[in-house]
Design a protein around this ligand. Structure first.
Ligand SMILES: Cc1ncc(COP(=O)(O)O)c(C=O)c1O
Length: 369
């Protein structure tokens, strides 16, 4: 153990020396340009009061579920919220999870068998990589959003392939060419799985709904910890895939279900989203203001995640520190987390940011360009 502790300490010291040591900090005061609360739902008093009222009517929903959903932890609420979600997204069925990480872990550790290949976009979320480590399938990467490379990888495979993409990428803030990838998946008889974590809520119910691709994807993941200001996730899929996951997905089976309050807050989030579509319009107005400042960014015009390339760890740190001193909270991504030369400041825009805040933020950044 002593040797291990030494090794742990050496790794931590190395990170500290590189300036990449992670620490648990309390939420800092400042203008929020870093959270995923794109529509401000996590601080919306009206939504909080709706939830409070539901708790007062049924305080039992705050209590623990008492077990796995396969033993004592299932409830009418969980079943009916899943039914509601499936209907909203025009999928045959839905399966709830306590988080998006767990949903991806369940999907990719369970669906692909040892003879299959999972082909992931090189920018796919860490949860998919972790899930693949739990599976017996082979994992290959294709270049980010590169259709030709995806086809080249697909052509070389013999068994069944799964393609894993995000509809809106969380670090780059760009969209996947969803329709084109769906067509390729169809041509190669591959199963397409789409993570809608950052698109859901910002673009209605997500981009699969927008482009009506339900029949062309084997499963989609929507998460509720971002635009919905709640917590949890759902896998949208067919009845057969849901039943297969309920039977074989360890991350679903061997864990205590979340309490009903989590499922109720998700349903309330959907209803609140429908009643407040002006918030996503306000968010788009703010994104337009930000984009009008012409900073160097690989992100899409309408994305709430805007990455600003500052390709030098030291300079990036100075920009972020200066912004922080001026009261702006942003997130810097250093190499080696991203490739050297593509270090970036990740800016998240929200419906509640003001024009003045956005202009001041961009003004400071521009001073370093
Ligand atoms: C693309 C993507 N998928 C999945 C997740 C995980 O979702 P959750 O935070 O609900 O576990 C995240 C969150 O970081 C994400 O960005």
């Amino acid at each position: 153990m002593l040797n291990n502790i030494l090794r742990f300490q050496q790794s931590l010291d190395k990170r500290k020396a590189e300036g990449t040591l992670r620490r648990l900090r309390l939420q800092s005061e400042g203008v929020d340009f870093h959270s995923n609360d794109y529509l401000g739902f996590a601080q919306n008093k009206e939504l909080q009061n709706i939830l409070l009222q539901k708790v007062i009517e049924n305080p039992q929903m705050l209590s623990g579920s008492t077990g796995s959903r396969l033993i004592s932890g299932n409830s009418d609420v969980a079943n009916s919220v899943e039914h509601f979600i499936a209907q909203q997204h025009h999928f045959e069925s839905a399966l709830l999870f306590p988080s998006g990480y767990n949903a991806n872990l369940a999907l990719f550790s369970t669906l692909p068998s040892r003879h299959d290949t999972v082909i992931v976009d090189e920018q796919i979320h860490r949860s998919v990589h972790d899930a693949c480590q739990l599976s017996n399938a082979k994992k290959l990467k294709f270049k980010h959003n590169d259709l030709e490379d995806l086809e080249n990888v697909l052509k070389r495979q013999e068994g069944h392939c799964y393609i894993a993409i995000e509809s809106l990428y969380s670090m780059e803030g760009d969209f996947a060419p969803l329709q084109e990838i769906a067509a390729i998946a169809e041509r190669y008889k591959a199963s397409l799985i789409v993570d809608e974590a950052h698109a859901f809520g910002v673009f209605g119910y997500g981009l699969i709904e927008k482009y009506e691709l339900q029949k062309q994807v084997s499963a989609a993941v929507v998460t509720y910890g971002k635009a919905l200001g709640a917590h949890g996730a759902a896998i949208l899929c067919s009845e057969t895939v849901k039943s297969y996951l309920v039977n074989f997905a360890s991350p679903f089976i061997y864990t205590t279900s979340a309490q009903d309050f989590q499922w109720i807050s998700i349903k309330s989030g959907y209803e609140f989203l429908d009643q407040n579509i002006e918030l996503s319009k306000k968010l788009q107005d703010n994104i337009r203001i930000f984009r009008s400042q012409n900073l160097d960014s690989p992100s899409a015009e309408t994305s709430p995640v805007q990455a600003i390339l500052i390709p030098d760890n030291q300079k990036l740190k100075t920009v972020q520190d200066t912004l922080s001193e001026e009261g702006f909270l942003t997130y810097a991504i250093y190499s080696p987390t991203v490739k050297e030369g593509s270090e970036r400041l990740r800016i998240c825009l929200h419906s509640f940011n003001t024009e003045q805040e956005i202009m001041k933020l961009t003004e400071i950044i521009k001073e370093f360009m």
